[in-house]
Design a protein around this ligand. Structure first.
Ligand code: BG6
Length: 474
């Protein structure tokens, strides 16, 4: 018998800027992520070193076409339905609804696109799970207000949120406010559209922007509960437990602090107040966060219904300067863990860490968890028969799903699992197409060439069986 609940939301997750393309079609405005080229300029921009808010004709911007989900969504959803998906996580591009972010009225073409998308999903009995901001800020708001540095963004986001809940209240039951909200501290342009100038106090700006997003998120929760009372609205954390390298108390404390750097956001969104350790952090670093009189009550009274999170890898940390061999992984630097293998991109592979992370989150928040991202980015090759034998992906996912089953047996309440990139999409960190997560192969390369043809991989049939058996696999 399956340990997964009967209505478990098996599915997949994509994001507008990595899948949709059509970056200026249908009245959409330019967004921050449309300014991320491939190649060596990408990473500095992600960090907030931005010279221009206009695309450079000599660069290649993968979000502009991506996999053209905008025009292919019916075909793609039919494939998801064939796998038996119960849910699909998508994001709405803010600038498709409000091209400038603060327009007087929303863009009807954009609203209609999502109406059609949600109808298509419902036609196949697939539950839409919708992120309101997945790494995108309308460029106009960056130019005019410095993006989330400014309190003005709170009001613009609230209007955007109310517009979505009012329009889609009969079609969408699961919402999330900001994707990987803690990413703001690591990739400030990606997480919050922040652009830095010489001499800026970056920490001060980042935490002030974080406060604005947290207030905006609470206002969205409030509006969602008022406008669409049947819906659930969650937060979204880039998760992954941090392990101390040794049992030296300094390492243990360091690991706790690293985790708290991320938990800070969810502590506010889920428990409704700034934790004591954050206040100390602000004091110790000479930061002062401007807040309105009403913010405290607003945060307290409008906490999230569930905890959405991504899990790709655990992390490790050490206070010993001799232990300094680092590895990549969902942007957060980490000490190399000698017990674990790594992906082609150096991301640690740790299925048991998934169980540990889920337990950690549930112990802390006691709210349902929704695993809204997990997967393996890998290089796929098409063989002479035109097939893709991605046994490594099956292996990764099977082990993670097994550990998720263990977490459920530990008593952790998990409502769904949407694997990342069920169809190959553009990589967020590198902009590459060859870093593939999909059950469905998309014929497109890093330079943007290819027919965009969709092909089922071996993992397609495997995941179909997993869903059909409600998580039992062999
Ligand atoms: C998460 C993001 O950080 O990781 C996704 O929410 C992203 O947008 C995913 O794509 C995987 O990262 P990457 O860099 O391999 O695409």
């Amino acid at each position: 018998m399956s340990v997964f609940p009967e209505n478990f939301l098996w599915g997949g997750a994509i994001a507008a800027n990595q899948a949709d393309g059509a970056y200026l079609e249908g009245g959409k405005g330019l967004t921050s992520v449309d300014l991320l080229p491939t190649g060596k300029k990408r990473f500095p921009i992600m960090l907030g070193q931005v010279d221009s808010l206009v695309p450079d004709p000599n660069e290649f911007y993968p979000s502009h076409e991506a996999i053209d989900f905008y025009h292919h969504y019916k075909e793609d959803i039919a494939l998801f339905a064939e796998m038996g998906f119960k849910s699909l996580r998508v994001s709405i591009a803010w600038a498709r609804i409000f091209p400038n972010g603060n327009d007087e009225t929303p863009n009807e073409d954009g609203l209609q696109f999502y109406d059609d998308l949600f109808d298509e999903l419902r036609k196949h009995s697939i539950e839409p799970v919708v992120t309101m901001a997945h790494f995108d800020v309308p460029v106009h708001l960056i130019e005019q207000y410095g993006s989330w540095r400014s309190r003005e963004l709170v009001g613009f986001f609230e209007t955007y949120a109310k517009t979505l809940f009012t329009r889609y209240k009969d079609k969408v039951k699961y919402w999330m406010t900001f994707n990987e909200i803690n990413m703001l501290l690591h990739l400030p342009f990606v997480g919050a559209g922040l652009v830095f100038k010489e001499g800026d106090n970056k920490k001060q700006i980042q935490y002030q922007a974080a406060h604005h997003q947290l207030v905006a998120s609470a206002l969205a929760v409030k509006a969602c509960h008022e406008i669409s009372p049947d819906a659930k609205i969650g937060c979204m954390l880039a998760a992954g437990a941090t392990y101390p390298y040794t049992c030296n108390p300094d390492d243990i404390f360091d690991a706790m602090e690293k985790d708290r750097e991320s938990f800070f956001f969810i502590d506010v969104q889920s428990r409704g107040e700034y934790p004591g350790y954050a206040k100390r952090f602000f004091r110790d670093h000479g930061l002062s966060i401007e807040m309105n009189d009403q913010d405290e009550a607003l945060l307290k009274n409008n906490t999230v219904d569930y905890i959405g999170f991504s899990y790709y890898a655990s992390r490790a940390t050490s206070t010993d300067p001799e232990v300094n061999s680092t590895t990549a992984g969902n942007v957060f630097g980490s000490i190399e863990n000698p017990y674990l293998q790594k992906s082609d991109w150096g991301w640690t592979i740790d299925p048991k860490g998934f169980r540990i992370t889920a337990n950690q989150l549930y112990d802390r928040y006691q709210k349902p968890l929704f695993v809204v991202e997990n997967g393996l980015g890998a290089i796929d090759t098409v063989n002479e028969q035109g097939e893709i034998e991605d046994h490594y992906r099956i292996d990764y996912l099977a082990k993670h799903i097994e550990q998720m089953g263990e977490a459920i047996q530990d008593g952790v309440e998990i409502i769904g699992y949407t694997s990342w990139g069920p169809i190959d999409i553009v990589s967020a960190s590198t902009g590459e197409m060859k870093k593939r997560y999909g059950f469905i192969y998309v014929d497109k390369d890093n330079e943007g060439h290819g027919s965009l043809k969709r092909t089922r991989k071996k993992s397609f049939y495997w995941y179909k069986d997993v869903i059909a058996a409600n998580g039992i696999y062999g």
